[in-house]
Design a protein around this ligand. Structure first.
Ligand SMILES: [Zn+2]
Length: 264
C-alpha cells in the first residue's frame, strides 16, 4: 500500500474508534487497541514458537538445542514446499477466528491475523520475492465475495514490502471440500486443481514464492499449489498460514537419533 494512504487510514480508524470503541476480535470485550485480542483471548491462543520442525514448522515438545531438526512427519513424507510456518495451533480458538473471517464478513480480523502471520513468517518474508495467496475456485469466490487467503496475504506482507501477486496462481478445477476426506483422498481431490496462467509465467521465473493460506491441515492444498508454482517456474515455495494442525504425542526423533535429522 502506498505510504501516503497511512495517515488517512489512521485518521479514519481514529474516527471509527470514536463511534465504535475497539473490541476484541474474538469475544467482543472492550480492548485498548482496534483489531486486537483482549488479554484473556490472547492467553487462549496457542502461538507456535521455536523449537519447531525446519520443514513443516510444527513445534517440538522438547528443545534439544540442535538447529535444523526435522520432525518424523517431514522425513517420512517430505513436502513439495520448502518450509512452512504458522502463527498458531489450529484449536477451537483459532477455528472460531478463521470461521468469522470466512463467513461472518469480519474483514477487520484480517489485519490482526495478518499481523500474527507476519511475526511467525518474518524469516520467510525476508527471503521471499513475491507473496501468492492460495486461490479460490471462481464460483466460491463469487459466493463468498472475497478470498480470505488473499486478504491475509495483503496484511501479512504489508510491513515487509514484498509484493502480493494473486494472479500468479489460478484454481482451474472445482474441488470438493477437503473436510472428511482421507489423506490420499485429499491429494487426489486436488490433482490438477492449480495452474500458473501462461501469461503469468514470465513474472514467476526464478522467484522465491511465499504461498499464503488461512489453515494448513494435512498440507495437501499447500503441496498441490507448490507443485504448480514450481512447474510454472518458481525457484522455491515456502508456505505461511495463520494456523496449522499439530498432532501431539508424535515421537520427537526417529530411532536413528537427532544427528540423522539435520538438514543437508
Ligand atoms: Zn477476547
Amino acid at each position: 500500500m502506498p505510504s501516503f494512504h497511512r495517515p488517512v487510514l489512521s485518521a479514519l480508524e481514529a474516527l471509527v474508534g470514536l463511534i465504535y470503541p475497539p473490541s476484541c476480535i474474538a469475544c467482543g470485550a472492550a480492548t485498548g487497541t482496534p483489531h486486537a485480542l483482549c488479554p484473556a483471548c490472547w492467553r487462549g491462543m496457542r502461538f507456535i514458537e521455536p523449537p519447531y520442525c525446519e520443514r513443516l514448522g510444527t513445534p517440538f515438545a522438547v528443545d534439544l538445542g540442535v538447529p535444523g531438526l526435522l520432525s518424523p512427519a517431514a522425513m517420512a513424507d517430505p513436502p513439495v514446499f520448502a518450509r512452512a510456518r504458522a502463527a498458531v495451533r489450529y484449536d477451537d480458538a483459532a477455528r472460531r477466528l478463521v470461521h468469522r473471517l470466512k463467513y461472518e464478513d469480519r474483514l477487520d480480523l484480517a489485519a490482526a491475523l495478518g499481523g500474527m502471520m507476519a511475526r511467525a513468517g518474518s524469516g520467510l518474508l525476508k527471503e521471499a520475492d513475491v507473496v501468492v495467496p492460495v486461490p479460490l475456485w471462481r464460483w466460491r469466490l463469487w459466493w463468498r465475495r472475497f478470498n480470505q487467503a488473499a486478504l491475509l496475504a495483503r496484511h501479512a506482507a504489508r510491513e515487509s514490502g514484498v509484493p502480493v501477486e494473486p494472479g500468479l496462481l489460478a484454481r482451474v478445477k472445482r474441488t470438493r471440500p477437503q473436510v472428511g476426506l482421507t489423506r490420499a483422498g485429499r491429494a487426489e481431490n486436488l490433482q490438477g486443481a492449480f495452474r500458473v496462467p501462461p501469461a503469468a509465467k514470465p513474472r514467476l521465473q526464478g522467484r522465491r514464492v511465499l504461498l499464503v493460506d488461512d489453515v494448513m491441515t494435512t498440507g495437501a492444498t499447500a503441496n498441490a499449489a507448490a507443485r504448480a508454482l514450481l512447474r510454472g517456474g518458481a525457484a522455491a515455495v515456502d508456505v505461511l498460514t495463520f494456523a496449522c494442525v499439530v498432532h501431539d504425542g508424535l515421537p520427537l526423533v526417529g530411532e536413528a537419533g537427532p544427528e540423522s535429522l539435520r538438514l543437508p
